[in-house]
Each structure stands twice: as C-alpha cells, then as structure tokens.
Design a protein around this ligand. Structure first.
Ligand code: HEM
Length: 159
C-alpha cells in the first residue's frame, strides 16, 4: 500500500475512536440530563457539536479513501460483487450506513437546539444520537467481522 493510503487509513482508523468516545459522551449526557431533569449546559452543546464535527471529518477522510483505494470500480460493477460480502461492505454498506448515521446525528443536533425546554433538548439529543450511534457501531469493520474485519488500531504501518 502506498504512503498516502497508509496515512489516510491510519487517520480514519484513529478518528473512529474519537467519534466513538464523543458519541458515548453525548448519549450519556443526553440520557442523564433527560431522566435526571438537568439543565442544558454549554458542555452538553459542545459534546454534541464534537460528535457531529468528528463524524464529518471521518466522512471526508472516508470519501478520499473510497476513491484512492479504487472502491468506485466495485460500486460501478455492483451486480458482479454484490454476492461477495468483503467487497460489498466497503463498496456500499459501510458508507451508506455511515451517511445515514451522520444525518441522524445532525438531525439530533438541530432538533435539540430547537426544543423549548432543557429536558426536551436532552431527550432529543439522547434519542437521535443513540439511533445514529447504533448505525455507526453496526457499520464499523470490527476485527471479528469475517471477510472485512479491520484492526482496532493502526499506526502508519508500524502496527
Ligand atoms: C460516509 C463516510 C465514510 C466513508 C465513505 C468511509 C470509507 C471507508 C473506506 C473506503 C475504507 C477503507 C477500506 C479499504 O481498506 O480500502 C474505510 C475503512 C474504515 N472505516 Fe470508514 N468510511 C466512512 C465513515 C466511517 C466512520 C464514521 C467510521 C467510524 C467512526 C469509519 C470507520 C472505519 C474503519 C475503522 C475502517 C478500517 C480502517 C483500517 O483498516 O484500519 N468509517 N472507510
């Protein structure tokens, strides 16, 4: 693999953990604020914002990776590769599920901003972010996924 793809893949691998951590934080803050009837704080807003921002960065890295790794040719011949899960996953399932997850995260942020009470803000953030996060977890190529599992950590080819 060339150095460009190695760097991109490493960044995409590591940013995944930042998205996961901020997703968990945003969901936990949402549920604890909703169920505990807590005030909506600046930190609640910022946690959701960073979950969204990091997800956006991951989308950009993913799009560049998609083309630089040549997945568009698999997508164009989708009929031929649809039966091969290892190819189908990156040609279609990974980005499509992630895109839907990203949209749900953005809807969650907009909806929680629009809500009129603090508890409603927490409730909307909790539920939309949770829905988004479920898709994210399903679409990550975890190592145990046969055929297309990827390492939990990657570092510029050193490991
Ligand atoms: C819609 C946005 C996304 C696109 C287009 C995309 C695309 C890709 C592509 C093309 C690959 C490389 C497959 C290969 O080896 O050729 C990849 C790998 C991967 N993606 Fe995404 N991705 C997106 C979003 C995400 C998100 C949001 C996460 C997690 C938060 C994620 C996690 C991963 C992981 C963990 C890998 C494996 C990295 C490795 O091999 O070390 N992706 N993605």
């Amino acid at each position: 693999m060339d150095i460009f793809n190695l760097v991109l893949l490493t960044l995409h691998n590591l940013t995944r953990w930042a998205v996961v951590v901020f997703g968990v934080l945003a969901i936990v803050r949402g549920f604890s604020g909703w169920l505990g009837k807590k005030p909506w704080k600046k930190l609640d807003n910022q946690t959701g914002l960073w979950y969204n921002n990091l997800f956006d960065i991951q989308l950009l890295l993913g799009i560049v990776l998609f083309f630089s790794r040549g997945w568009q040719s698999a997508l164009l011949n989708f009929g031929a590769v649809a039966g091969t899960s290892s190819v189908r996953f990156f040609a279609m399932e990974h980005w499509l599920l992630m895109l839907i997850g990203l949209i749900l995260a953005h809807v969650g942020r907009v909806q929680s901003k629009k809500a009129h009470s603090d508890v409603a803000k927490h409730k909307r953030a909790a539920l939309w972010f949770l829905a988004s996060f479920v898709l994210l977890l399903v679409a990550i190529p975890w190592p145990f996924m046969a055929g297309y599992g990827r390492p939990l950590l990657r570092f510029f080819g050193l490991f």
